[in-house]
Design a protein around this ligand. Structure first.
Ligand code: NAP
Length: 332
């Protein structure tokens, strides 16, 4: 019997980035996507902001290499360009952003269109109208929100219900074996409104490789300016302690920490089959290894016990502040 697992997405935040020079080459990027497709993945996650050092570059690359003709559904996000997302969800800004994304991607319709981050300047009523308008116009099959605080999402949903707008059907947020705060309030709210949850940074942007903890981050994203916000977010004694605890249990079993993290999120977390896991990989070999690891299925109980203990300890310290906040991102 096949093991059930959430939908796997591939995130193209590094496409067109100077952080991964190979992914500035359309031939290599096209071959990479062929590899992704060969694993069965048919959903791409991108954003008008990606890559952070070349806004629009990921969408331009996906358009140039005809990603949708390879059988991918392309999901993207409304542009926010600087360190503030204020004003990015006005009606005009959303219309402009979607028109530019469709053009760059060379497609007529986006899969899921997300609000990338909260906009604290535009009235929420206008944001709800702006996003649902794009679905009603057929520019996206569904729309969703990312990184919204729970109370903002609640208010947003109330507005949609009151005004008869289509409701957002999906939330995108950071979720992994260290970052689990959203299990308490956000997930129950999503379930109540039949919204699915797409988890980004299942490896904590690379933290769950263990490389930062063991002093081997040089040459990886976490050792560069590109990944600085993840390094700041995760460089906490309790999180390093969690990695050391995990390594102690998984290494004798021949299980990599990335494998433990992916098998946990796929089979033991709060996610179900209608939810998603957005894999990040800057190299085809990483993606192939991650998919192979996920296919191994549920984890041994001793690893689950350790992950449960990690969850308990992080919960005790308040869960840490792992929300992506525009003001904490690098300037470009
Ligand atoms: N909505 C949002 O605000 C938001 C925020 C963040 C991400 N996202 C989306 O989620 C996607 C995934 O996020 P993420 O990139 O943070 O995911 P992630 O899986 O947590 O981290 C990916 C990084 O981990 C390292 N890695 C992955 N597989 C590995 C392996 N097998 N061995 C060793 N290292 C490995 C790579 O680092 P190196 O590059 O150093 O090799 C890779 O860049 C993004 O592409 C984007 O689409 C959305």
């Amino acid at each position: 019997m096949a093991i059930k697992c959430p939908i796997i997405f591939y995130g193209t935040t590094t496409f067109g980035s100077s952080h991964v020079p190979a992914l500035q080459d359309p031939t290599f990027a096209s071959q990479f996507l062929d590899t992704v497709r060969s694993t069965g993945i048919s959903q791409i996650d991108t954003a008008a902001r990606y890559p952070p050092d070349n806004h629009g570059g990921s969408e331009r690359m996906l358009g140039a290499i005809h990603a949708s003709d390879k059988g991918f559904t392309i999901n993207t996000k409304v542009l926010f360009a600087g360190q503030s997302s204020d004003g990015t969800l006005s009606k005009e800004a959303v219309r402009r952003s979607v028109a530019s994304s469709l053009k760059r991607l060379n497609i007529d319709r986006i899969g899921i269109l997300y609000a990338h981050c909260p906009d604290n300047a535009t009235p929420l009523e206008e944001q709800a109208e702006a996003l649902s308008e794009q679905q009603l116009l057929g520019h996206c099959a569904q729309y969703g929100v990312s990184n919204f605080p729970v109370n903002m999402l609640e208010h947003f949903l109330d507005i949609c219900i009151e005004r008869g707008y289509p409701l957002p059907s999906v939330y995108q947020g950071q979720y992994n074996l260290i970052c689990r705060g959203l299990e308490k309030e956000l997930i129950p709210l999503l379930r109540k409104h039949n919204m699915s949850f797409n988890a980004y940074s299942p490896l904590g942007g690379g933290f769950l490789t263990g490389n930062l903890t063991t002093g081997n981050a040089a040459g990886t994203r976490l050792g560069s300016a590109y990944g600085a916000h993840f390094t700041i977010m995760y460089d906490h004694p309790k999180f390093h302690e969690a990695i050391r605890g995990l390594l102690k249990v998984v290494e004798p079993l021949g299980i990599k920490p990335t494998e433990a993290a992916l098998r946990w999120i796929a089979y033991h977390s709060v996610l179900n089959e209608a939810d998603g896991i957005i894999l990040g990989a800057s190299k085809p070999d990483q993606l192939l290894a991650n998919m192979e690891d996920i296919r191994k299925g549920p984890l041994p109980q001793v690893v689950l016990d350790e992950i449960m203990e990690i969850g308990r300890q992080i919960d005790e310290m308040g869960g840490g502040d792992l929300e992506i906040k525009p003001s904490k991102l690098p300037p470009n």
